[in-house]
Write a protein that binds this ligand. Structure first.
Ligand code: BGC
Length: 365
């Protein structure tokens, strides 16, 4: 009965809006009392990186398996496209929006519209900044991602045993992505002591976040910066021993630059190089000794967590969170669920990536 009433109401709502030129929701979807059948908007930043395609596909299939309808949109890393896409989702009558933002601080106005229409918002992987209209945040522990990268470097180089000095260069992610500072701070929480005691020497002396950040997580920009760093600081046989890269898209650019500079021979092996996402080209780079490690964030786990949040919201319950202190978006602390990141490298990738069913052996050829 409830189902019929809710369906009739939706149709009446849709009819009442015809011809009045309003931007109010025009959904005709039928939902039951648990919200099943509801339309859920999923806004992902770009299809150009493998991880977001996987995130989008997992979200869609897991939501559909639970009986929801899904409006999945990508925005080619363009902020205006994402804003328009979200506006469109609100107009179509989405009940919950799941948003992996491009610029975390650029959604205030459009999410005000969501809030005014009673649409709930979950920030996916990246925190949405400067708005009260975000209900939950689901991500991996971003500080820990950086810590694991820093500890990997520490272990590979034997820094705890006093080995060194080693030549290092540092990269950070996109300044408009709140995660980027967490990755940087996490890694520096391990590495700073070795920079201070001279066991890690930054040839370029470039260390502060804004100087080393790469806008848009762009591989070509990372490659260009690495080219410049090599030309200016590593001429005349001076070798680079380690590069901190926060993720795989930067690592790809860094590897290309290192290759061009003659790294990858017995005399001049690739430096220790970190990454994140375990994108296929990067796993291949690990197998080929060009990249040392990559943080593995199982997007299936994150999607499952977000689907649980959607369920809770639509059933009028409080979703499970495990961090209510860390993620302040400038307006409020957003209740968060942090999943646990791990690392993969040449030694354990089969167990982490293949045995878990994330990739098939044939994917990595
Ligand atoms: C994500 C990373 C990703 C990066 C670039 C970050 O917000 O947490 O997993 O590599 O964006 O897309």
């Amino acid at each position: 009965m409830k189902k019929i009433i809710s369906g009739v109401l939706s149709v009446l709502l849709a009819l009442s809006l015809v011809g009045c030129g309003t931007t109010k929701p025009t959904s005709t979807t039928t939902t039951d009392s648990n919200g099943k059948g509801a339309l859920i908007g999923v806004a992902m930043p770009t299809q150009s990186l493998q991880r977001w395609n996987q995130d989008g596909a997992n979200m869609k299939s897991q939501l559909e398996a639970k009986g929801y309808k899904v409006d999945l949109q990508y925005s080619n890393n363009d902020v205006n496209t994402q804003v328009q896409g979200i506006e469109n989702m609100i107009t179509k009558g989405c009940k919950v929006l799941v948003v992996a933002s491009i610029d975390g601080a650029a959604l205030t106005d459009v999410l005000k519209k969501a809030g005014d229409n009673g649409v709930k918002v979950i920030a996916y992987d990246r925190l949405i900044m400067k708005t009260s209209n975000v209900d939950y945040y689901a991500t991996f522990d971003n500080f820990k991602v950086g810590v694991i990268q820093g500890q990997y470097i520490e272990k590979k180089l034997g820094l705890k045993d006093g080995k060194g000095p080693f030549n290092i260069e540092l990269f950070a992610g996109s300044p408009d992505d709140n995660n980027a500072t967490f990755f940087y701070n996490g890694a520096m929480s391990v590495l700073q002591q070795y920079i201070d005691n001279g066991k890690l020497v930054i040839g370029s002396k470039q260390k502060d976040f804004t100087t080393i950040a790469i806008q848009g997580w762009d591989s070509a920009k990372a490659q260009a910066r690495m080219d410049n760093l090599i030309t200016a600081n590593y001429a005349n046989g001076k070798k680079l021993d380690v590069v901190l890269s926060p993720n795989d898209s930067l690592a790809i650019g860094i590897v290309a630059s290192l290759k061009n500079a003659g790294y990858g021979t017995a005399d001049k092996p690739f430096p220790v190089l970190t990454g994140q996402d375990c994108d296929k080209p990067n796993v291949l780079a690990m197998i080929n000794n060009q990249q040392s490690m990559s943080i593995f964030k199982d997007t299936r786990t994150l999607a499952a967590k977000v689907v649980e949040m959607v369920d809770a919201i639509l059933q009028g319950k409080t979703a499970e969170t495990n961090d209510t202190k860390t993620y302040n978006n400038g307006v409020k602390v957003v209740p968060s669920f942090l999943c646990d990141p791990v690392y993969a490298d040449k030694d354990n990738y089969k167990q982490i990536l293949i045995d878990s069913g994330y990739y098939k052996e044939s994917d990595l050829k």
